[in-house]
Design a protein around this ligand. Structure first.
Ligand SMILES: [Mn+2]
Length: 483
């Protein structure tokens, strides 16, 4: 009765060993209408499977011959699931010898040592069933915890319907606290609670100012608002009234959302959510938005994503998997142009001056832009200017140069694939003076080469003429092609 015409059955999945795990899996696969085939050494079990209309044969899964009985042509995956690790390893070794390596192979292990051995034997995935169950349970518990938190917050806000809320962030607020507050404001809105975001100190760094301005976030200074006018107070990214915020110590607090460890400090509030393992308050508030099914518009998503990224230093500091999951949830909802702008480092006044000079003094020779910015203090401003000018329409290569003490510094950028700027720099200014990459390069030339000129003005003019001439020669463009 074990004679099955193997040429007729071309299963997609092969299950070797059908204990309780194997059986649960084949049931699951059958519900999904997958073609499958089962091998088990227990004739009784095989009989039962056949009665339930499964294709199954009796066989020892460790026996290499067993694979001969199965048409493996259409196989997508093989699951080796018996409770005998030795048999599973033997089966795995046979499969890796006889079946195409494209077939995905899952093996069941009993412990970590078996797991490693099976990975070495070429299993694509090794599972230890109790661990899989434990993980899935832990995930459910996390879900339960998150639901419980969500329900509690709903209760708290229900008691606040139609009232007003002051959302207080820490002094000199950063993107994490501001975006977290913005999220809480959105949640409050959904309960008909009108709220303001209040801060003390200054919105200091350029980046933080840019963040508030670019996203058009409304924030109020604590001193401009009378805190007693609000029905409730919530704290975001800080937990203790008076500690790094402008509240009076001992002020009654409605809700707290924070991720800084509290230590021994006791706090008194109606609703408290402090998670020191999480990298950002923005992560905590994102989870509430998800839990409460609140729509997140582009501005809010962008703010929260930026908040999480800055507080975790792009997931390099004090971060947790929840920061990553919140970020991956926010990413498709956010405005990437704004994120790019926020990430661009702010410009120093010196860079701005050099850029101004570079724009004013630009000369264009058929796609090549050359600009002499004169005397510079900070040579790092040159590549920034060269970069910026590359944005000009019709320009594919830029060269910006300036003089600092007795050296001419030259910086170039190109997005013309025909130009190798590193080579051009070497050719123009000498092997030892210039070089770099195809699209970004630099050179330094000693002013000593021009020492024949006694007058500084004449010297600068000579330098200018020489740099332009050498560069244009190297790229093969006539000076007369200036436009
Ligand atoms: Mn924070």
């Amino acid at each position: 009765m074990n004679v099955i015409d193997k040429s007729k059955i071309k299963p997609l999945y092969l299950v070797l060993g059908s204990g309780s795990l194997g059986f649960a899996l084949v049931k699951e696969l059958k519900e999904r209408d997958k073609e499958l085939f089962i091998v088990d050494k227990d004739p009784q079990k095989v009989e039962t499977l056949r009665e339930e209309a499964y294709d199954a044969i009796v066989g020892d899964i460790s026996d290499p011959e067993v694979l001969e009985k199965i048409n493996t042509k259409n196989l997508a995956a093989i699951m080796i699931l018996s409770s005998d690790p030795l048999a599973n390893k033997a089966a795995l070794a046979n499969i890796r010898k006889k079946v195409s390596p494209d077939v995905y192979c899952v093996a069941r292990a009993s412990d970590a040592i078996n797991m490693q051995e099976m990975e070495t034997l070429g299993a694509d995935l090794v599972i230890i069933p109790p661990k899989v169950v434990a993980k899935s349970l832990a995930r459910s518990l996390e879900r339960a915890e998150s639901m419980l938190r969500g329900n509690k917050l709903v209760q708290w806000f229900n008691g606040l319907r139609g009232k007003t809320l002051a959302i207080v962030v820490h002094n000199n607020p950063d993107p994490d606290s501001i975006s977290g507050a913005l999220a809480l404001q959105e949640i409050a809105k959904s309960f008909d609670v009108v709220s303001d975001i209040l801060y003390g100190g200054e919105i200091g760094h350029q980046e933080n100012k840019a963040f508030v301005n670019l996203l058009g976030i409304d924030l109020f200074k604590m001193e401009d608002r009378d805190i007693s006018n609000y029905d409730k107070i919530a704290l975001v990214d800080c937990a203790v009234p008076g500690a790094n915020n402008k509240l009076q110590p001992g002020t009654h607090i409605g809700a707290v959302f924070d991720h800084h460890p509290l230590g021994d400090t006791h706090i008194d509030a109606e609703f408290i959510d402090i998670r020191p393992n999480v990298g950002a308050s923005a992560t905590i508030l994102t989870k509430y938005l998800q839990e409460l099914n609140i729509d997140i518009d582009q501005k809010l998503a962008t703010a929260l994503l930026y908040g999480i990224r800055t507080d975790t230093l792009d997931f390099k500091r004090n971060t947790d998997s929840s920061d990553l999951s919140a970020a991956s949830f926010l990413y498709p909802l956010s405005e990437h142009d704004i994120l790019d702008q926020l990430e661009r480092p702010s410009m120093s006044t010196e860079t701005l001056d050099v850029l101004g000079e570079a724009i004013l003094n630009r000369r264009v020779y058929s796609g090549y832009l050359i600009s002499n910015v004169g005397t510079i203090r900070d040579r790092d401003t040159l590549p920034q200017a060269a970069d910026y000018l590359l944005n000009l329409e019709g320009i594919s290569t830029t060269l910006v140069f300036g003089i600092s003490e007795d050296t001419i510094f030259i910086s170039g950028r190109s997005n013309d694939i025909r130009v190798n700027l590193g080579d051009v720099m070497k050719k123009s200014f000498g092997e030892g003076s210039g070089g770099g990459h195809a699209n970004a390069a630099a050179a330094q030339v000693s002013l000593g080469l021009f020492s024949v000129a006694k007058d500084r003005q004449i010297l600068l003019k000579l330098v200018d003429e020489s740099v332009v001439k050498r560069f244009l020669n190297a790229v093969g463009v006539e000076e007369s092609s200036k436009n």
